[in-house]
Design a protein around this ligand. Structure first.
Ligand code: PXL
Length: 277
């Protein structure tokens, strides 16, 4: 069975990071190994959350895995929480990367033009350094701007996206994929660049007018799951984008109107059906 190691926090309540990656990747038929960087009572959009940092546990845990000869087909990082955890993630890549290990980085730190509460510019610079170690990075436009010192724009054209892709490519990842790119009214999607061939790729789906926490984690989990299952890159991103949009739509229709996370539990069987086709 394919194995993915995912390194991110556990937000006990709120549906994001590991509480999305683990169920989604498992449902996709992938053995999912978790390395929790911290335990939070909720994700950071709630007030008064409490956190237990687990940085000092990460190397002892991975040393044990190393001694057991455990290997991974991919390592997927998301929300890391501190500069120290970024450094530890780098060390883990060095320890576990083989020619067949995909390094997939979602440099979770910002959205809508702003850094998340826990982060500053130094963290953005560290994340940019981490991205050099990746095969694939999937920042949103805000994260790309922070990592490349580019002005954030709410309204932009294709030339702006191509400039961002070019600057991201210079960070060193083999493939760079911008998420949340909207190039026409009512559409959103991804715009990617393969830095080895110079070829760009694009997928746009219908935009659902709502934003929820954890949708980036959902998109990344399905994308890396598809790639590790052996699907072509663009098919993986297409399935992930469609599934994320569908899940937002279903969440919006839920009369309980959950604000803190998406109803991926409702749509997971549809994802599994899609993969069977
Ligand atoms: O969904 C990204 C994410 C993951 N983990 C924590 C977060 C966030 C976004 O804010 O707060 C703890």
């Amino acid at each position: 069975m394919k194995k993915i190691l995912t390194i991110q926090d556990i937000s006990c309540f709120g549906k994001c990071s590991i509480t999305i990656a683990l169920p989604v990747l498992s449902a996709m038929g992938i053995e999912t190994v978790i390395l929790p960087t911290a335990v939070l009572s909720t994700h950071t959009m709630f007030k008064n959350f409490v956190v237990k940092d687990l940085s000092d546990q990460l190397i002892p845990i991975t040393n044990h895995w190393k001694s057991e000869g455990i290997r991974f087909d991919a390592i997927y990082t998301g929300y890391l929480g501190s500069a120290e955890e970024i450094e530890i993630a780098e060390r883990i890549f060095e320890e576990f990367k083989t020619d067949d290990t995909l390094i997939f980085i979602d440099p979770v730190m910002a959205d809508n033009g702003k850094l998340y509460p826990a982060f500053d510019m130094e963290y953005a610079r560290q994340n940019a350094r981490l991205c050099a170690k990746a095969d694939i990075i999937v920042p949103n436009i805000t994260e790309a701007c922070f990592m490349t010192d580019t002005e954030y724009k709410e309204e932009y054209d294709e030339a702006y996206i191509l400039t961002l892709l070019d600057r991201l490519a210079r960070l060193g990842s083999r493939k760079v994929v911008l998420t949340g790119v909207s190039l026409s009214e009512g559409k959103t999607g991804i715009y990617g660049l393969d830095t080895e061939t110079g070829k760009t790729f694009i997928y746009q789906n219908d935009r659902v007018n709502a934003s929820y926490h954890g949708t980036g984690d959902l998109f990344s989990s399905v994308s890396v799951g598809g790639i590790v299952r052996g699907l072509p890159l663009l098919d993986s991103f297409r399935i992930a984008a469609d599934y994320t949009a569908r899940t937002i739509q279903v969440t919006q229709e839920n009369p309980e109107n959950p604000w803190y996370g998406v109803d991926f539990e409702t749509t997971l069987p549809e994802l599994v059906d899609t993969l069977r086709k």
